[in-house]
Design a protein around this ligand. Structure first.
Ligand code: GBH
Length: 452
């Protein structure tokens, strides 16, 4: 740990990527406009009891209509990058077959708008909104999905091309497989372990096939994927808790890292699943291992594991700060995660593609005094810089999120934005954290040292 005596850590590099992130279903709205087909989230939100308050992404932040002003807002924060996702059902309404020109037009305008403002677009191809028509054919549990996805990736690339500097195939495949197909807290709401393992397998194949297909286009854009990763801690030094922590690490982190970087599933988890493992061709998993230009890391909290299960809240230690989601605020986890990751899976380039927190923000006299979020950003950026100083090649950071938005099963009740959204008027208001981030990024460009 960097003590008071150690040499100061230099500021972030001048060419560092500074951005904010969003995803299509969480912000766009316009769910039934311009030929967009239904997605599994449209269906899930309409299933009683699934989303808090029965809320939907039908309108969300109305970004589909307000995109230009939203890009102005990002530019006003002095950022040089914007990470967003493309909605598959907007581009290919039935998931495969006819392409919807109006859908591609939207992303075409968006990419040009980002470039025109001196920023770089970072595109995620899949952030959870599968076309419902594909779910009707089994979704990620259908082996054909690998080809449907590769085809869709080519369609997006065919229009946006190398104007997009950076493409990620998937956002957090663990969430799709585990939350969507095992615990059922995300769309499509299936609760079956075997189906979930099958879905995770097909996502790996789809990732590999899409990267292959894009490479065949001789793209100059960088290609990668985005994973939700966690430091995993045993709740005690009891060997049973420690064994449970190793298993949880294999099921949550390495189940997604090993296929992409080694072409295999971690044997500890495969053995644990035993009879629940679907009948899959593990040799075919080799296609998931494609040379990648970057790994996107989404970091939110650590996992505390005991023999009784996994928790994101941690032991009730006095003084531990928690977010409105109940998550432990643990900035050091970002340092630990990155240094451990780079030791085990040395990648040439990482982005922090998401990091942020929900708090109970209040607008008072037109101001949002979210000092907890300011503290969150400041401490996490400090730990990030420390990991870079220790040798981890991180090229950029994207705060989650640009603005308050549809937080999945929690509806609009949880606010992750650095910009406040009034959902009655769609008015955007910079929170103190947005101003802090802007000033930090601007100051960094003037090469001021990072405060710790
Ligand atoms: C990210 O997921 C997502 O990429 C992003 O879309 C999301 O808005 C952001 O985090 C903030 O959550 O308690 O079982 O209902 C991070 C992983 C996914 C963790 C959803 C919490 C709630 C699952 N998260 N999850 S549950």
């Amino acid at each position: 740990h960097t003590g008071p005596q150690s040499a100061p850590i230099p500021p972030f590099p001048a060419d560092f990527t500074w951005g904010v992130a969003t995803s299509a279903y969480q912000i766009e709205g316009a769910a039934f406009e311009d030929g967009r087909g239904p997605s599994i989230w449209d269906t899930y939100c309409r299933t009683p009891g699934k989303v808090l308050g029965g809320e939907t992404g039908d309108v969300a932040c109305d970004h589909y209509h307000r995109w230009a002003a939203d890009l102005d807002l990002i530019q006003s924060l002095n950022l040089n990058a914007y990470r967003f996702s493309v909605a598959w059902p907007r581009v290919v309404p039935q998931g495969r077959g006819p392409v919807n020109k109006a859908g591609l037009d939207f992303y075409d305008r968006l990419v040009d708008g980002i470039l025109a403002r001196g920023m770089q677009p970072h595109v995620t191809l899949y952030h959870w909104d599968l076309p419902q028509a594909l779910q009707d054919q089994g979704g990620w549990a259908n082996p054909d999905v690998q080809h449907w996805f590769a085809e869709y990736a080519l369609t997006v690339y065919g229009r946006l091309g190398d104007r997009v500097a950076s493409y990620a195939t998937f956002n957090e495949p663990w969430c799709t497989a585990e939350l969507g197909y095992h615990v059922g807290r995300h769309a499509p709401g299936i609760q079956d372990l075997r189906t979930s393992l099958l879905a995770s397998y097909h996502i790996q194949l789809a990732h590999g096939r899409a990267v292959q297909a894009l490479r065949e286009q001789n793209t100059t854009a960088e290609l990668g994927t985005v994973l939700n990763l966690y430091p995993v801690d045993a709740a005690s030094d009891d060997p049973e808790d420690e064994a449970a922590a190793r298993l949880a690490d294999a099921k949550i982190n390495r189940w997604y890292l090993d296929p992409v970087f080694r072409g295999v599933f971690p044997s500890l988890a495969v053995e644990h699943y035993g009879a629940a493992m679907p009948d899959v061709d593990l040799a075919a998993l080799a296609v998931a291992r494609q040379p990648l230009d970057f790994l996107g890391v989404n970091y939110y909290f650590r996992q505390w594991v005991s023999r009784d299960g996994v928790s994101r809240a941690g032991p009730p230690t006095p003084g531990t700060e928690r977010t409105a989601m109940g998550w432990e605020v643990y900035p050091e986890g970002l340092y630990r995660l990155l240094t451990d990751l780079h030791r085990d899976y040395p990648v040439k380039k990482y982005y922090i593609t998401e990091n942020g927190a929900a708090f109970d923000d209040q607008i008072v006299g037109g101001e949002v005094r979210d000092e907890a979020r300011v503290r969150y950003l400041r401490t996490h950026l400090s730990e990030l810089r420390r990991a870079m100083h220790a040798g981890v090649p991180v090229a950029g950071y994207f705060a989650w999120s640009l603005m308050d938005n549809f937080e999945w099963a929690f509806g609009y009740s949880k606010r992750f934005g650095i910009v406040h959204v009034d959902y009655d008027t769609q008015q955007r208001t910079l929170k103190d954290s947005a101003k802090w981030y802007r000033d930090f990024v601007t100051g960094r460009r003037a090469a001021r040292p990072v405060a710790r």
